[in-house]
Design a protein around this ligand. Structure first.
Ligand code: HAM
Length: 424
């Protein structure tokens, strides 16, 4: 996708110039990119709909505390926060789980459970931009609130897998772990709960060198921790992390036809609200920013003053999936225009406009040449704009009351009546 380096504006230090350039880490999307984005969005929405999830939307900014209460230091450091003119301390949302939980408490508390919600929206994090990492990016995510743990986690993992499949990704790895068991492992190995927070980002980033130094400093059983963190494989790995309760979830996944995942006890996640099962998906074709999805079971409602509710969810890094599809050579079908009408001169425009209106009324997409140019130039433009067929209207067509229809893929041309085209 040419949206990264090629079109990244160069700042020359002049204040006047930078004011008309987009801010660092943000992107514009030209029509061909928007068509790909809408294609993916439609696939994800359709999949969520097939699973019985219903869409919610929340504001782009929230009170800062919504995120500072339990999102984790990493997210807080990256947050875009500001004071509005009324002095309120607000933040652009860095993610959509906390806002969805707030929405639930403010507007859906009394609804029958479980609630199966999905969202698609932009998020903001002040990160160092690179391919697949932006300051404004989009997440497509889902949350299940109020289901029993095992069926909820099975359904959520099944949706995550179905979304990745529906997006057309040929290769991805779904990794499942359990953050509660990971914390217990640290505790049993000599790292008390209150000393664990600084270790979690190191585990999350797989910075085992720095982690080793910290474990040594704490006098913890480094060998045991490293052994568990380094393991990854099939259900047999669960033996290393007793008490996760993931066996039942894996049984459910088998019945639901979800396979190909790996169990990885070393998944720590970058956010602090997770309490149980956690999972991520990576696309090996990508470099550093290969994680296209993250999620898990979490506790937020109590923190926001409501009763505790089983909550599990995930978010797909929408932009990263698009980068991955590009890297895997996936062909996203471009938007098609059914007809491009070319009137040969001003006197043919009347008939052309009538045909244009009739086609559009019949639900066919149609455009008209507005540049008064030669037929060959107009045909070239029609092909480049993705039209399937051109309709040429000249003196002859006016005289006979028919249209000349040219198939732009084969070059074949034939005469047709408008009524016939409208019926196709
Ligand atoms: P997260 O792992 O922070 O989780 O983000 C989810 C996904 O968003 C990541 O896996 C990644 O693909 C994408 N992402 C994150 N930061 C960026 C960025 N700067 N540029 C492009 N893509 C990015 C969450 O946000 C949780 N709220 C997920 C969740 C939902 N957990 C429970 N429910």
């Amino acid at each position: 996708m040419p949206q990264d380096k090629e079109r990244e504006p160069r700042t020359n230090g002049s204040a006047g110039k930078s004011a008309v350039q987009r801010p660092k880490g943000t992107r514009d999307f030209i029509p061909v990119e928007m068509e790909k984005r809408r294609w993916l969005e439609t696939r994800l929405r359709t999949t969520a709909g097939l699973f019985g999830f219903r869409e919610v939307a929340t504001p782009a900014f929230e009170h800062v505390e919504l995120f500072t209460m339990r999102s984790g230091q990493g997210i807080i450091e990256d947050m875009y926060d500001f004071r509005d003119k009324g002095g309120r301390h607000l933040a652009l949302r860095p993610e959509l789980t906390a806002p969805t939980m707030r929405l639930y408490i403010e507007g859906l508390l009394g609804e029958p459970k479980p609630l199966k919600l999905f969202y698609f929206g932009n998020c903001f994090r002040y990160e160092q931009p690179q391919k697949g990492r932006y300051r404004e990016f989009w997440q497509f995510g889902a949350e299940i609130l109020g289901a029993k743990r095992v069926p909820g986690e099975v359904e959520l993992l099944a949706l995550a897998d179905a979304c990745l499949k529906a997006s057309g990704l040929k290769r991805y790895i779904l990794r499942i772990g359990h953050v509660g068991v990971l914390r217990k492992l640290l505790e049993d190995s000599g790292v008390p709960a209150e000393r664990q927070a600084p270790l979690m980002p190191l585990i999350d980033k797989k910075d085992h060198e720095a982690l080793g130094v910290s474990l040594d400093a704490l006098g913890a059983d480094k060998a045991h921790v490293m052994d568990v963190l380094g393991s990854s494989g099939g259900p047999e790995v669960l033996a290393k992390v007793p008490g996760s309760g993931l066996e039942d979830v894996l049984d459910g996944l088998a019945s639901a036809g979800v396979e190909g995942y790996v169990i990885e006890p070393g998944i720590a996640r970058g956010l602090d609200y997770y309490t149980g099962m956690v999972f991520e998906a990576d696309v090996p074709d990508l470099g550093a920013e290969k994680q296209v999805l993250g999620g898990g079971t979490y506790a937020l409602s109590e923190l926001f003053g409501a009763e505790s509710i089983e909550s599990t969810g995930f978010a797909i890094g929408f932009d990263r999936v698009l980068v991955a599809l590009e890297a895997q050579g996936a062909a996203i079908p471009p938007a098609k225009l059914d007809f491009y009408i070319i009137p040969m001169g001003p006197s043919e425009r009347k008939m052309a406009l009538a045909a244009l209106a009739a086609l559009r009324k019949a639900g066919l997409s149609a455009d008209i040449d507005m540049a008064d140019r030669s037929l060959s130039k107009a045909l070239k433009y029609a092909s480049s704009s993705g039209a399937s067929r051109a309709i040429i209207i000249g003196e002859n067509e006016i005289r006979t009351g028919t249209l000349s229809v040219k198939d732009l893929a084969t070059g074949e041309q034939r005469a047709a009546r408008l009524e016939e085209l409208v019926r196709t």
